[in-house]
Design a protein around this ligand. Sequence first.
Ligand SMILES: [Zn+2]
Length: 431
Amino acid sequence: MSTNQTKKSQDAEQAVKDLKALEEQDNAKALTPEEERRKRKRVKRRANPRAAFHMSKASVGLNSEDLGSMTDRDAVNWVAVARWGSKTEMPCPHCGTFDKHYFTRADLRWKCKCCSKRFSVTSDTVLSGHKLPLTKILRIVFDWSNGASGMPALQLRRNWNHTYSTVLSLVHKMREGLVRGNNIGAIAGVNEMDGMDVIGRRGYAKRGNPKDKAKPTEIPPELQKPKVDENGKELPPKHEKNTRQNPERRLMLVMCQRGVSAGTGSSATRVTIAVREEGRTVTAFARKHASAESIMMTDEDNSYGAFSELFAAHNTVNHSQEYSNGKGVSNNQAESFNARMRRSVEGIYLNPSHKYLMEYACENAWRQDVRKLNTGKRLEHLFGKVLSVGTSQWWSNYTHGENRECELLIEGNRPVATRGKPKGYQHRLPR
Ligand SMILES: [Zn+2]
């Protein structure tokens, strides 16, 4: 009798469970397609092994200890491999002869087999005539290159006990190498483009600066958005932020090449700084860095209007409705770079001057491109690029007051205030 009862109650329990399971199934079916898509995506993202790269052993190649135990000769060999790809064969910086030149151990320099002139591993580069030992330079630059969004020169100055101007000019020489050696050339494939305000709007708005409260009528005409397009057709009124545009604002334009396989992010990044987001500047930037067979992805801003004629295809995503149309049309990689730049400006540079905005943008573009290289490869990549642009045009003799006197803009460089030469400074006569 009792066993029968138990069986009955078990059956009843089972029936309730089945009913619940059925109900749950029904509920699951009731999900809207949008909810289902989100659910699926989340699962996929968790399973993505690439996110684990930064936690893995593979992300660390060279480390501070390795650099600490490097001798002067090791450092010369390491930089030679980064610059020329070999520590025995290289082109002579004086005559260009490619050979196995004579190496002198005493001064760690080579003697050319053709012209008999001597050269070191930093001859004819931004680091030529360096006063810090090469091992020290490697260690400071390693520190600087490892930060996800950069490292302030003031922090490096504290870490390494050098003067601020020593450290500042060193990292700026690296940035110069990236501006002239990394942010060059055209990219092809699927290129995403976007623009972002890098200075002015946010900072001024936060501090209640009167400049931000400028009335539309007070905005200089060259900074106002055009009201008609090229054909004289009236354009819809733009967002409020554009009618209240701060004259101090600069626009960073970015183009990201989409990685070949899905989920890998962008594979190459190009940047520039502009004063206005308008057809002329945007087109000039795109023609400089995107090849004609590219497929361009942008948002629906009017300034991208000419793209459909210039490139193989031009797809736009309507940001007031969606971030991606689900068929591969989005500019999320470019937006992602904007976020990186914003973190960097708000967390590291804090109040970047117009003069060096291009440098900071190029530095971030490089950090974006090498994010999946290990620490050693990253440093090697940096030195390979930086040592390929010849001597420094903007930072040699910085402590003697010689420094670039313009900001770099796609519209053409503009003069800016410079610190100038110290009082009573006299040029040293050449030796
Ligand atoms: Zn030579």
